[in-house]
Design a protein around this ligand. Structure first.
Ligand SMILES: O=P(O)(O)OC[C@H]1O[C@H](O[C@H]2O[C@H](CO)[C@@H](O)[C@H](O)[C@H]2O)[C@H](O)[C@@H](O)[C@@H]1O
Length: 276
């Protein structure tokens, strides 16, 4: 078990302020519950394909997805295929993948298509990273439709730092290549996108009247920065954030989703007598 996967220490209770915010947002006309995946719904683990949602989070998220006037979404850095494989999202959950470069909004959604120049550039980026990984024990690559991730979680700190520095020095000024820092990863992409754009897009297409977003990583700040008055933003972990609320670990996210499910169920049951 990695340190990030350990159960949170101390009581799991949400702060009274966050509980109150969940109660308030549950009253909104159309609620969008948008969640980051790794480090938020799922604890961080050493191997990306072994990440899974906490069962309590998955159950509460599925409960929310089944409610009227409530849309669930995942906004992830993962490729859509990888996100589906590890998250097994409820069937109607909207998906933003590759940090906003990919979107699944239902059957028939357009797939991300790169042009010839982007495909060539992506191959070049991969070749650069392959060479680095060969020299850096414990590092590995993850492919996405528009990018490649350099993972360093299984490398020593020195090796990880050198590998990321080497990749940055070659790629950071390369036109058309976009880099993002993540937790023990350097993300590369040939498409410029962000979770902020993803969140704004989801708000528009769902007509949501309020949004709850939670995320743990620096890339989630793009989404947190797009929240508006009446929305609820939650940072998972102790790093710097612009979010109004903070919880310590994914186990607290489960508790938040359960609280929201309870409140929202009461609201929709009152207004729509047929709903449990
Ligand atoms: O936006 P997210 O859903 O949080 O995805 C961000 C990246 O998550 C994955 O990497 C992170 O989680 C791995 C599994 O827990 C961990 O091993 C790695 O160190 C983390 O950075 C995923 O592999 C990336 O593609 C995502 O962009």
């Amino acid at each position: 078990m990695t340190p990030d996967a350990r159960p949170a220490k101390g009581p799991l209770a949400l702060s009274p302020e966050l509980r109150q915010a969940a109660r308030r947002i549950a009253q909104t006309e159309h609620l969008l519950v948008a969640m980051d995946f790794d480090g938020t719904i799922s604890p961080l683990v050493d191997r990306a394909d072994e990440a899974r949602p906490l069962p309590r989070s998955a159950a509460a998220f599925a409960g929310l997805a089944a409610l009227p006037r409530t849309t669930t979404a995942l906004i992830s850095g993962r490729a859509l295929a990888s996100l589906r494989a590890v998250a097994s999202p409820p069937v109607d959950t909207l998906l933003i993948g590759s940090h906003g470069a990919e979107a699944w909004l239902g059957p028939g959604s357009a797939e991300l298509a790169l042009d010839e120049a982007q495909r060539r550039l992506l191959a070049e980026v991969r070749a650069v990273l392959e060479e680095i990984v060969e020299q850096a024990p414990g590092t590995l690559l993850e492919d996405k439709p528009a990018g490649v991730v350099l993972h360093t979680r299984l490398a020593t700190d020195d090796v990880a730092e050198d590998a990321v520095a080497a990749a940055r020095s070659v790629l950071q000024d390369r036109k058309g290549v976009f880099l993002k820092n993540g937790k023990r990863v350097l993300e590369t992409s040939v498409v410029n996108a962000s979770k902020g754009e993803g969140l704004t897009f989801l708000r528009q297409i769902t007509g949501a009247t309020a949004v709850l977003f939670a995320g743990d990583d620096v890339t989630d700040e793009d989404a947190l920065g797009r929240l508006e008055s009446g929305d609820v933003g939650v940072k998972v972990g102790l790093d710097f954030t612009q979010a109004e609320f903070r919880v310590e670990a994914p186990a607290h996210v489960a508790e938040l989703l359960e609280a929201l499910l309870q409140e929202r169920s009461l609201v929709v049951a009152e207004e729509e007598p047929g709903t449990d």
